[in-house]
Structures are given as C-alpha cells and as structure tokens.
Design a protein around this ligand. Structure first.
Ligand SMILES: [Zn+2]
Ligand SMILES: [Zn+2]
Ligand SMILES: [Zn+2]
Length: 1010
C-alpha cells in the first residue's frame, strides 16, 4: 500500500504546465526557484490542497457538505498522499487572547500542573489554604501530644458589627453556655456580654473542652462535627498551653493541609511586641489573645479562615484567562485596560485653564460652567496658566474636588445655583466613555486614552485567587512571564523539590512541559516570553512556533508543507532549525519546504528547482536532485547562484554619511539604555540574532519616536527612550512593513498602486463605452453599476466553515469575472477589464506599451520582483513579503523629494537570489536619490551591500539589547564578538579572516554577473 513517492501527474494549477513530479516520501525536499515560478502552486496549491481536501473528506459529514463547492486543485492525480499539514507564515492569531503559551498548548500543561499539585494561598494575607474533611481534622488534633488540653470552638461571628443579644439568647436556649467574645471568656448562664453594636466583634462558641487521647476519638469527632455544623464548615481549635512542638505538628504535615498556624504564631508575636501584619493588629481577636495560646482554624471548604475569603475549587479552567473562572474580572483576561491618560488630557501645561484640557472645549457652556465655577471656588483666574496653579488645585481640577463647589448657570429664568462636588476632568471622561451611547463621543474620548497594563492583575490576566496558587513557590503568572529558555531551566529537576505524592502526579506533566519548551528552544525561540501576545509575533516566529508544536505532537506519517522557515532567523540559529526539520523527517514524516536559503538546500535530501522564468515562462521543473545535481544543471538560475557562477556583487565603495539621527537612552523591552547613531543619506542594515532587539529599536523607538515628534501624533506611543536628536534633517519617515495592503479581497496590487485607475480611464475612452455612456466608475468592481451584483464585485463568495477557516469559492453568476455581461462587452485591444485583472504585471507591462504613465508604475512592480503577480490578485492572498514589495513599489512611484527615511523589515522575505539582487538595486536607487534606507535583515548578501551595519546582541532576550558592532560591513566582519560579523567574513573579498563557512567556495569579487 505505502509508496515510496508522492506522485503528482498533470498539475495545471496557475502557471504549472502539465507538470509530473515524484516527491520522495519520508524525506526532506526543498522546492525552490524564482519568485512566481510556481513553487507555491506546486507545494501549497496542489500537493497540500489535495491532501487537505482528502483529509476533510474523511473528517465529517458536515464538512463534506461543502466539498462540492471547494475547489479541487487542477491536477490529474496525486498518489501516495498522507494527511497534510501546512505550516505557513500567516499570522492566524489576531486575537489578543492568544499568547505563545496558549498557541503552543504549553499553557494547557501548565494549567494541568497547577490544578493537580498547586498549593492555594490566600491572595490577601498569603497564608496557605486548603480543604479537609472532619476525619482529617480529628486525625490532626489527635497528633497533638497525649494529655494536651484544647477547646473545640465554632466561630459563629467574625468581625461583624452588632450587640448580638438574640444570638446569645438562642445559644443559651440550645444549651451552649461557654463563648469567647473577642478572645474574652463568658459563661452565658451567669454573664450577659454587653457589646457595643458599633464595633466589630468575633464570637466563638465553645462546643467542647477536651484532653487529647486516642480513647477520646469518638467524642472529639462528635464535637468537631457539631462545631462544623454551627459555623458552616469551619472550626477553631484553641490550645491554651500548647506544647512546644504543637504548631509544627498541626501545620506542617502535608501540602494540602490547612490551618491558621501562621495566625497563631503571629498572635503570639503580637502579644510580645505588638508588631504583627497590618490586618492582624487591627483585629481585636488577636490582640486580646493570651501571649502563648495557640489558635488554629480548620475549614471543610477551600477558604482563608483568617480573611474570611471562600475559594472556588481549583480546576484547570481556574488558570485560563479565556474562562470567567480564571480571568481577571477587571480586564476580563486581556491584561490591559484603556484609561484616560493625564498626559493626553493636559498636553501643554503652559496653557491657561480655559484651554488646557484638550478634551474640554471652553466654548461649550457645560464645560465653561464647570471650569469657571471651580476656578472661582479656588479663587483663581481662568486665565492662569495651568502649570502656575498650586499642585493641590491642579490635582482637584483633574481628579475632583474635596469640597462642594457652587455651580452657577445662566438660564432664561435667571441664574441657577447648584452645590456639589466637582467630579474632575479625568473621571468625567472616564465615566462618559462608559455611559455614552454615541460612537463618535466614545471615539473622541478615546483620543485621550492610553492602553495601560491592567492595574488589578498587573497584566497577568488572571484573577487574584488563581495567581495565589503556587507550585514550588511560584505562581503560574510568574512562569508565564519567563522566557522559554528561563522556563525550561525553571522546570529542570523540579521533581526533586516535590513531595512524593506530588511527584507521582506531576512526573508526566513535567516531562511534557520540558519537552515542549525544548522544541521551542531548538527552533531558536528561547528569547520569547510565554505571555507574549501571538499577534505581535513576526511571520517567521509564528511559523516556528507552530513547527515546535507539531514536533511536540509527535505525529508520524504526515506530510508537512512549510513556507520559508528560515525567515527571520540568524544564520547561527538556522542550524538548530534544520536539526528540528530533520528530526520531524526521522520520525517518519515527509517534508516539502519552499525555501531560498542555501543552507537549507545543502541539508535537504533533494531539491526541486522550478522555472526557468517567472509567471508564464515558469511552471516547469528545471532541475531535480541533490545539491550537487542542481549546481550542475545547465538551465537552473538557482544552480548558477549555488555553484557561484553567479553572485550578488559587493559594492566597490561605501557611501559617506550625510549627518545622522542619534537615538539616546533606548530602554524599551530588552534594549539596554542604548545610544545608537542612524547615519543619514546611506543604506543601513540592522542585524543581530533573533530577539536581540532589532525590531524594538526600529519599530518601537525609531519609527514611533519620529512619527510622534514629526507629526505631533500623540496617539503613537513610542518605546521608552530619552531622545532622538537630529530630526530636522529628515523630511518624512516611511515604514514599509509586511502587514497586508488590504484586508478584503476587494483590494489588490492594481488598486493599491493606482494602476487600476489609469486602466479604467482607458476603458472609459473606448468607442463602445462612449456610445453607451459608460464612465470610469462603470469599470470599478467596488461600486454598483458595472459589477456583478451576485458577489458584489468580489468574484468569490465566502462560505463560513464554522470550525475550519472560511472558504472562498468562485461566484456562480460571473464565474469569478467580477463584472456583469454588459461591462464585459467593452474591450480594449481585444481584452475585457476582467481579462486585464487576470494579467500578470509583466504581461500588463507589455500590453499597455503605449501608455507611459501606466508603464512607469508597472515597471516599478517589475523592479521589486513582482512581475509574476496578477494585477487582480486579492490582497488577502499576498504573502507578507509580497505586500511589502507592493508598498515599496508604490513608494518608488511617489514624486521624490529626497530626505525621506525608509524603514523596512526583512525585505528579502520570499525572494530568490536573482530577485534579491533586483531588490538591492532598488534600495540603492532610493539612497542615490538622496534618501536614507534602514532595513532589518538576516540575509547576508543584502547586509554586505549596506553602507553601514548596526549589529545588536550579543544574544536574544535578556542577553541582548546591546550594540555589538557598528560600521561598514568590513569593519563589523573584523569584530570577533559579532555573530553577524563572523558570518559576513565569508562574503567579503576584502576580509581574510575565516568565517564559519569558509570551507565553501570563496566569493568571486564580481565577475560572472551581468
Ligand atoms: Zn487570608
Ligand atoms: Zn486584569
Ligand atoms: Zn459575481
């Protein structure tokens, strides 16, 4: 049954040309080739899609209902398929509730561990709490030395105001005579306690007085049960003359034991020097207690009998912030809240009271009345600059007055007077944000709100009780704050610290936890913290997380299809990642990996090289075999680069900087009070191992810092830093990131770059369009008129799959054309508007040869290596790298003023060496036009092209955040401490020192390049 190969026959998906290919099973195969040559069409859209389709077919009747409409890949047959799992870079998690811990399922194991062996503590006083049966209580009492005298009491009133006359009468009528009120003894037969009803009192009913002895077991049991009944599941054991070891005996037995032993001990301390904890010293019960008596409480329920807090049972869901049983009630498990921010409400304290509150317009009578009245109350003029006011007055304007204020308001019936406290500007905004029905008011107020860490849970997302359950002295929230590397150390050898019972329970769970953490380390993610929001991960990071999760699942016989797993990884960490991939294969799985990375190709069992060109000129297999086979293949561009026949050239000169931006004291995340200069007028690469702080420096500090300063954009909250100096030399700053260019299938490269605008004009100018009076809008699929109304111009209809992700199927009415028949009757050079949207950029560039404007824009898309892309390709299907390059093309098309600072994050994502070379040319062109370019990049051929390298590290996470080296690539390559520098050596002809890959061919200076 089982075959040695997955056999694909007659694949025609996209540009594939009747392709036949055999992919070896249980091996590691790389699919490579130029961008647009058909790699993804083969790996994802044919092999994976067919595997997935068959898998769903076997899954459930419900899912099968939809299969009739699900596109079958255009392929004659695929044989030898296994269940397929794709691990791409799409960041599936936009949900703020997903964290590294939850998506890796590690959090599930942690929850299990904490639910099974966690020791609950009281969040108020920190005492250990637990539950126990009457039998257990009796057993523990009997552990006291024989002959110890003790009283079994029912605590019926605890810190409550009242005189309790009825209670005393009732107790007496039921035969209870002895009570202790606030620690003082009374006999109700003779005494009549006279309590001040305005004070808190504590009343314990003495159920029995005993002498500990095994013979007394049944009497003690009766008394304990009676007391539990009287006091709803709680008893107090009062030992007037405790033997020395009593405290230890009663308390220290098992992990799950309870008892207010700490309280007893502290009571003793109180008697001596009056120093207990705060809660304690206010408690009349303990201060009145004789110095050396011991009071222990036992509870049937999980409760802190000291603070009188009941706990719900500890379950795994108690540790889930996605469940009301575990979530912090303040932020509902999000970890942050939106609050009105004082700095946003008062942005310029030199302004007078009339203008200083940004959200309050003095022109509106409601606000004017308040400002005038409060100013009059304090006897200050409304013209006083806010900063000149007494601090106490400023405080009361912002947060409310201590006293009542007279508000006077002019109405048509005369002056209305009202006396009340002023609520304060900030509480006013906060209240209205909650109460208002108006969306616009809410949005207006949100302009003055900042996202802050939830004060109740300090960002840990869990409710107090769940945060007070400890394993090995550590709450689960503290584990979540650890990096993956530190967490693995934390759990290393934890068994040794556990009791035997706990060890037996936890052994397997701990193994799973450590294994999963280990897998994540192997794929180079040890610097990520477990509570990191999954939505903030880069595409490469989230792909590697899913990879680690898959390794953890231990599946066998699966086909894994991966998309560029090397993205975002420093060369140093790439080796470990490749070990992981080989590990997956050795388990008996098949790996199909779309990749451009040379190292990955060297380690693969075989390579499928697609080409020879992009788009229509691709779709064939140019070479298939091992690394050497591809190197020797005559038509393979990949082989040209792998063998060194072609290479990305090293520039002959490095540019001189034209001024610089100086970042001072950057401290966001792991940045270590960093001072760093960003040179202007040159091409700069920021490098470093994953997690070293590159993105934090570029996105959070540099970009957001500039955006805030240059555009006065107060809604931007830059990462922590002291200053950025030299801003005047920069005209504009543009971040060209990998976020999608649009979230609906309605946007596409043509609409985003405005190419479509020009095309629609051409169609409106045709003879037929003019005859019929069709204007430009007729050819838009976003407005009514010319579009297909069945699908609203989308060309596809979305089918919600409930438990699976949505599926888009072609519209039955227009067959995916997006337009109605009348519109499609209009042609330009024989093509309909729908035909044009189907064209690749390259085809369109030829087709519109006589239109300079259109050609110029299309050329820009060609320049950034997107010639293969269809004009109408929905932006939702673009990869992060493609979206970034579309944005780059759009930037290139703008009229260039120079002095723009361009920031890019890993622009080589998804690029074949040949395409990477074109991209590098584009970046050089931007700099030659007088702009500055800063890129985060691992790809060494790009780094060696930079004028200036800023290398961060030396390691990731806490071990990073420092400037390891800065200078030209040659200067950085000479730094022994720089990981990047060492790897650069092998690529720089001017450097003699040996790098880690010096055994490979040495770079040719430039010959062989065209
Ligand atoms: Zn407590
Ligand atoms: Zn909270
Ligand atoms: Zn339609």
């Amino acid at each position: 049954m089982s075959k040695d190969y997955i056999e694909v026959r007659g694949a025609e998906e996209h540009n594939l040309t009747d392709l036949d290919v055999r992919i070896p099973r249980e091996e590691f195969t790389v699919v490579t080739g130029l961008s647009g040559s058909g790699k993804s069409s083969l790996a994802f859209e044919t092999v994976y899609a067919e595997g997935q389709r068959r898998y769903i077919e076997s899954l459930s009747a419900y899912a099968r209902n939809f299969l009739g409409q699900m596109d079958k890949p255009q392929v004659e047959s695929v044989e030898g398929l296994s269940p397929a799992i794709s691990i791409d870079q799409k960041n599936a998690a936009n949900n703020p509730r997903s964290t590294v811990g939850t998506v890796t399922e590690l959090h599930d194991y942690l929850r299990l561990l904490y639910a099974r062996i966690g020791n609950p503590h009281c969040p108020e006083c920190g005492r250990e709490v637990g539950e126990q049966s009457a039998q257990q209580m009796v057993r523990r009492i009997l552990e006291l030395p024989e002959g110890t005298r003790a009283k079994i009491a029912a605590p019926v009133v605890r810190d409550q105001k009242g005189a309790f006359e009825d209670l005393f009468a009732d107790l007496q009528s039921r035969g209870y005579a002895r009570v202790e009120v606030d620690g003082e003894r009374y006999d109700l037969s003779f005494d009549d306690p006279d309590l001040d009803e305005n004070y808190d009192h504590t009343i314990d009913v003495i159920v029995d007085r005993i002498e500990v002895s095994a013979d007394e077991r049944s009497r003690i049991t009766d008394s304990v049960e009676t007391a539990l009944e009287e006091a709803d599941g709680v008893i107090k054991l009062i030992v007037p003359d405790p033997p020395a070891e009593a405290a230890a005996e009663l308390g220290g037995s098992t992990a799950r034991s309870t008892g207010d032993l700490a309280g007893g001990e502290e009571s003793a301390a109180d008697g001596e020097d009056g120093a207990g904890d705060d809660a304690e010293s206010a408690d009349p019960d303990s201060t009145a207690t004789a110095a050396d008596r011991l009071v222990v409480e036992f509870s049937e329920e999980l409760a802190c009998t000291h603070c009188n807090i009941d706990f719900s049972e500890i379950e795994t869901r108690s540790f889930s912030f996605n469940s009301p049983h575990g979530a912090c009630p303040e932020c509902e498990g999000i970890g942050s809240t939106k609050e009105v921010d004082e700095d946003l409400v008062v942005q310029d304290p030199s302004k007078p009271l009339t203008d200083v509150f940004e959200a309050w317009s003095y022109n509106r009578s409601y606000y004017r009345t308040r400002i005038d009245s409060v100013a009059a109350h304090f006897g200050v003029s409304v013209e006083t600059p806010f900063e000149d006011l007494d601090p106490a007055v400023r405080e009361q304007f912002l947060y409310g007055t201590d006293e009542q204020v007279v508000f006077e308001r002019q109405t048509k019936n005369g002056v209305r007077r009202k006396e009340k406290r002023f609520e304060g500007v900030i509480p006013n905004l906060q209240r209205r944000h909650v109460e208002t029905e108006s969306q616009s008011t809410r949005e207006h107020i949100e302009d003055y709100m900042a996202v802050t860490t939830c004060p109740a849970c300090e960002g840990t997302r869990l409710k107090p009780q769940s945060r007070s359950v400890l394993v090995d002295g550590t709450p689960i929230t503290a584990v979540n704050q650890l990096s993956i590397g530190d967490a693995r150390e934390h759990f290393e050898g934890m068994e040794g610290t556990l009791s035997e019972r706990d060890r037996t329970i936890a052994e397997e769970i701990l193994k799973e936890i450590r294994a999963r953490l280990g897998f994540m380390e192997e794929v180079g993610l040890e610097y990520l913290t477990l509570d990191r929001e999954a939505s903030t991960l880069s595409g490469g990071e989230s792909q590697r997380i899913r990879l680690a999760t898959q390794v953890g699942s231990g599946l066998v016989g699966v086909l894994y299809v991966l998309d560029e797993p090397s993205i975002g990884l420093h060369q140093r960490d790439n080796d470990r990642l490749l070990n992981t991939l080989e590990g997956l294969r050795d388990l008996g799985n098949t790996l199909l990996v779309v990749e451009h990375d040379e190292e990955t190709m060297r380690r693969a069992d075989s390579i499928i090289d697609m080409g020879p060109g992009p788009g229509k000129r691709g779709g064939e297999i140019v070479a298939q075999g091992d690394f050497e086979d591809v190197c020797e293949a005559p038509k393979s561009v990949t082989g040209d680069y792998l063998s060194g026949r072609k290479s990305v050239p090293v520039p002959e000169d490095r540019r001189e900087r034209d001024g610089e931006l100086a970042i001072r004291g950057a401290r966001q995340h792991n940045l270590d009070d960093l001072d760093v200069a960003i040179p202007l007028g040159v091409f700069t690469a920021i490098t470093g191992v994953s997690g070293s702080g590159k993105s934090t420096l570029m996105h959070d500090v540099l970009y957001k810092g500039l955006a805030r300063e240059m555009n006065d954009n107060t809604s931007v909250d830059p990462g922590d830093h002291d200053a950025i100096e030299g801003i005047d030399a920069v005209e504009t700053v543009r971040l060209i990131d990998q976020s999608p260019i649009g979230r609906t299938p309605r946007s596409n490269p043509a609409t985003y770059t405005n190419v479509f605008d020009g095309i629609r004009e051409l169609f409106a100018e045709t003879k037929l369009a003019k005859q019929r009076g069709y204007e430009k809008g007729r050819f838009s699929f976003n407005v009514k008129g010319g579009r297909c109304e069945e699908c609203g111009g989308q060309g596809t209809v979305t089918i919600e799959m409930n438990f699976l992700s949505d599926v888009h199927v072609p519209c039955e009415e227009c067959g995916g054309d997006r337009y109605n028949d009348e519109t499609l009757e209009v042609t330009y050079k024989g093509k309909t508007i729908a035909d044009v949207l189907e064209m690749s950029v390259e085809e369109a560039h030829e087709f519109f040869e006589s239109h300079e404007g259109l050609r110029r824009r299309l050329k820009l898309l060609l320049d950034v290596g997107l010639g293969y892309m269809r004009l109408g390709q929905p932006s939702t299907t673009l990869s992060g790298g493609e979206a970034q390059r579309v944005k780059l093309a759009e930037e290139l098309g703008k009229r260039d003023s120079g002095d723009t600072l361009y920031l890019l994050d890993e622009p080589t994502t998804g690029l074949h060496k040949e395409d990477e070379r074109k991209l590098i040319e584009v970046l050089h062109r931007l700099v030659d036009n007088g702009n500055s370019v800063v890129v985060i990049e691992h790809e060494l051929d790009l780094v060696k092209n930079a004028d200036h390298v800023i290398d961060l590290g030396p390691e990731g996470g806490d071990g990073g955040g420092e400037l390891v080296a800065a200078g030209t690539p040659e200067e950085v390559a000479r730094e022994e401490d720089s990981h990047t520098g060492r790897y650069l050596r092998d690529l720089l002809p001017a450097i003699d020192a040996e790098g880690p890959r010096s055994d490979r061919r040495k770079p040719a200076a430039a010959p062989g390049d065209d």
